[in-house]
Design a protein around this ligand. Structure first.
Ligand code: EPU
Length: 346
């Protein structure tokens, strides 16, 4: 196999177009990774060997508080293909730098349903497993087969199955112990041949009804179209209004704490979990505290979904974090519940 050209370093690299909040910050060095073998060379380069590293795909789940005094690895690995099939499923592999939404659309165009509920989630394929993206009744881990990641310390490529990834709600090994140690280079999805629609989520069911599809079993394309319409109506497009999707996780509390809360707040939006704990809708909690549409400077709570913080133009990461802290303090004071942030804050 021919050796890939070494990745080239760019100093004082602007990151505004590489984080979906649109923060105007820069990295000391950046380098674009177009081939897996470039990773080890980049991190061993004498200019960067002792510096912190940051892997950026679409930059859709990161809050950059200021300039990054280290090396940014811009994952630009491309390619997607059906790798194999067995009686039960098709297996589809995509390189980490592929745009997530374009990949979902491509799978449907190949006649392979299964990822349609995850349409229009910003970011790249490589970022999807890190926080186990999920929406409208489906989590990525349900369609996951395996992934390939390069260990930066050794340059070795390692295959991870679902167990090794330790997926949880918006969580995985790569968000915890594996953080900064591995770079995901490709992901393989398992798309079951016995496909059934997941159309039960209230917003999706409503949208399908509005399209005259309330009674018929929708096909994957109809679900894809409904998800796109619902997301466009509620969630801001990062190209128009900087944001990183949900800024907080939906908090999970114990059954006793929930019962006491429900006594005081009978309308609290909640979802009972299989283990008896209860997940609360953080958007509802924030909305009830009167934060929807409110701003501190140029950092604001989105006016159509209170779980999303936005950059109205010129906000810094510090502005967004100050807003987040004010929101967290009010939710804690009124409901006794701590909100955990979803994006990684650097
Ligand atoms: N709600 C309000 N006010 C708001 C927002 C929500 O009252 O401002 C209420 C809604 O009426 C609804 C409940 O809260 O009863 C839940 O709202 P929604 O269906 O919009 O979902 P969510 O729990 O707020 C989660 C994910 C989203 C995902 C949607 C749909 C998390 C942290 N967020 O939001 O994921 O798109 O469900 O499945 O789990 C993301 O992770 O970036 C993201 C956008």
């Amino acid at each position: 196999m021919p050796q890939a050209a070494p990745a080239s370093f760019v100093s004082h690299f602007p990151l505004k177009a590489h984080n979906t909040f649109g923060f105007d910050v820069a990295a000391r060095y950046a380098c674009s990774i177009e081939h897996e073998t470039q990773l080890a060379a980049a991190v061993n380069d004498p200019r960067a060997a002792a510096l912190p590293r940051l892997v950026l795909g679409g930059g859709s789940n990161v809050v950059l508080k200021g300039d990054f005094d280290g090396l940014v690895l811009l994952v630009a690995l491309r390619g997607r293909r059906v790798v194999r099939e067995d009686d039960g499923a098709w297996y589809v592999e995509a390189a980490a730098g592929e745009n997530w939404h374009a990949f979902v659309a491509w799978t449907l165009a190949q006649g392979l349903p299964g990822l349609e509920n995850l349409a229009l989630i910003p970011g790249t394929v490589g970022a999807a497993p890190i926080q186990n993206i999920g929406a409208y009744g489906l989590e990525m881990c349900e369609r996951f087969a395996s992934l390939r990641a390069v260990e930066l310390a050794t340059g070795e490529a390692i295959e991870f199955d679902a167990d090794a990834c330790r997926f949880g709600y918006r969580d995985s090994f790569f968000k915890r112990e594996g953080r900064d140690r591995f770079v995901i280079t490709s992901v393989t999805f398992r798309l079951p041949k016995a496909w059934t629609p997941r159309a039960g989520y209230a917003d999706i069911a409503r949208e399908l009804s509005a399209r005259g599809l309330g009674n018929a079993a929708p096909d994957a394309q109809a679900i894809f179209d409904a998800v796109v319409a619902v997301r466009r109506a509620k969630l801001p497009d990062p190209l128009e209004l900087g944001n990183a999707g949900s800024f907080f996780k939906n908090p999970v509390i114990g059954s006793a704490q929930f019962d006491a809360l429900q006594q005081r707040e009978p309308d609290v939006v909640s979802y009972r979990q299989p283990d008896g704990s209860v997940k609360l809708a953080a958007g509802w909690l924030i909305d009830q505290c009167g934060w929807k549409g409110r701003a501190i400077g140029a950092a604001a709570v989105h006016d159509r979904q209170a779980l999303v913080l936005v950059n109205r133009g010129g906000a810094t990461g510090a502005d967004v974090l100050a807003l987040a802290r004010a929101v967290q303090a009010d939710v804690l004071a009124r409901f006794g519940v701590e909100l955990e942030t979803e994006p990684v804050c650097l």
